[in-house]
Design a protein around this ligand. Structure first.
Ligand code: 1HN
Length: 349
């Protein structure tokens, strides 16, 4: 916790201090150590949200709140250290969204970047600039800044996904803005058209049939990513972590400018070496059972759980199964930190 900021120097004449106040001026010397502490401090704390405790309240929200009224039916993961802010870390937002068969969440666009990681259910889709993206458990879909998007559902069971956005970061620039909602658009094709150009690693279309928005790929199916992780795990040395980064296939760099995403495969019994980074982020369990140490806290986890890691906390994961792999999805603010010259990482030897 930050100590309170003092703008008054008790050693100064009261009249002088009052004069500064009137001029909207303040001495820096009373606040410098708070603005620039000598150790990294975070108000965000490590925390875990259990899927087993979130699922019912989400289904209940779907019974209680009509989508016409909510527009987006989301329960927000609020970091207990951030004083009730709609934020999971100082820069990131996380929430779980539920949509029922036959519902349509209207179309809009906004300055914050967003991603979705599908947690449960089949038959829903997100339309990004007219491109229909099927939502299957474990899939990643991005909706980049200012790209129109809506959600629909043609299936027969509730669909729930994790939303990750950079809203707190964008709000700190006072740059958060969204268009008015419009009715959901009819996608350009009746079936998923997100996978017709980037279907294999190492090859890209010489000419795309899509408009160049800077975001050539918006959906990464879990079946593809899981297969890649499994192949990598089979070939990797036992002491090498098995982690894949989601990238823009045209540039090989982060698909969004502010939010990075990774998928990690933990072999049976594997424990990772502790790492710390200046990035903050959220881990989400796609499959398996294990535990993560974040700073001084240890959280056990299973499928659907979310764990938040504040910046510069030592992070270590363990797969507690002796026979099955575990898969973690992770999103973070690494691209934003890199762009600002603030990226740093360490691995404990
Ligand atoms: C938003 O637009 C979506 O489009 C989800 O599904 C979550 C959280 C805050 C602000 C906008 C969506 C959001 C959001």
């Amino acid at each position: 916790m930050n100590p309170a900021m003092t703008t008054r120097d008790a050693n100064l004449p009261a009249e002088y201090s009052a004069g500064l106040d009137r001029l909207s001026l303040a001495p820096l010397w009373t606040a410098l150590h708070v603005l620039l502490p000598q150790e990294r401090v975070t108000e965000a704390v490590p925390h875990r949200w259990r899927w087993a405790e979130m699922r019912e309240p989400l289904l209940e929200a779907a019974r209680l709140v009509p989508l016409d009224q909510a527009e987006r039916r989301v329960l927000v993961l609020r970091n207990p250290g951030l004083g009730g802010a709609y934020a999971v870390t100082a820069t990131l937002f996380a929430g779980l969204q539920i949509i029922l068969p036959g519902e349509a969440a209207p179309s809009h666009h906004h300055t914050p970047a967003a991603l979705r990681l599908i947690v449960e259910g089949r038959g829903a889709f997100t339309t990004v600039d007219g491109v229909k993206c099927a939502m299957e458990p474990g899939d990643l879909i991005i909706t980049p800044p200012m790209r129109w998007h809506d959600h629909g559902h043609e299936g027969s069971e509730p669909v729930i996904w994790l939303d990750g956005l950079d809203i707190p970061l964008v709000r700190s620039f006072e740059a958060a803005w969204a268009s008015k909602m419009r009715p959901a658009v009819v996608p350009a094709t009746a079936i998923d058209s997100s996978q017709d150009e980037f279907t294999a690693a190492g090859v890209v279309p010489r000419a795309s049939r899509y408009e160049d928005t800077g975001y050539p790929q918006v959906r990464w199916p879990w079946t593809t990513v899981r297969r890649a992780l499994e192949a990598m795990a089979a070939a990797a040395q036992a002491d090498q972590p098995v982690v894949l980064r989601y990238v823009n296939p045209g540039t090989g760099t982060f698909p969004l400018r502010t939010i990075g995403s990774e998928a990690q495969w933990l072999r049976p019994g594997e424990a990772t070496r502790a790492e710390r980074r200046t990035a903050s982020g959220v881990f989400h369990v796609i499959e398996g059972q294990g535990e993560s140490r974040i700073g001084d806290e240890v959280f056990t986890w299973e499928r659907g759980d979310c764990v938040v890691a504040p910046p510069w906390h030592w992070i270590q994961h363990k797969n507690l199964s002796r026979s099955a792999p575990a898969c973690l999805f992770h999103f973070n603010d690494e691209p934003a930190l890199r762009a600002l010259g603030l990226w740093q990482e360490e691995t404990r030897s």
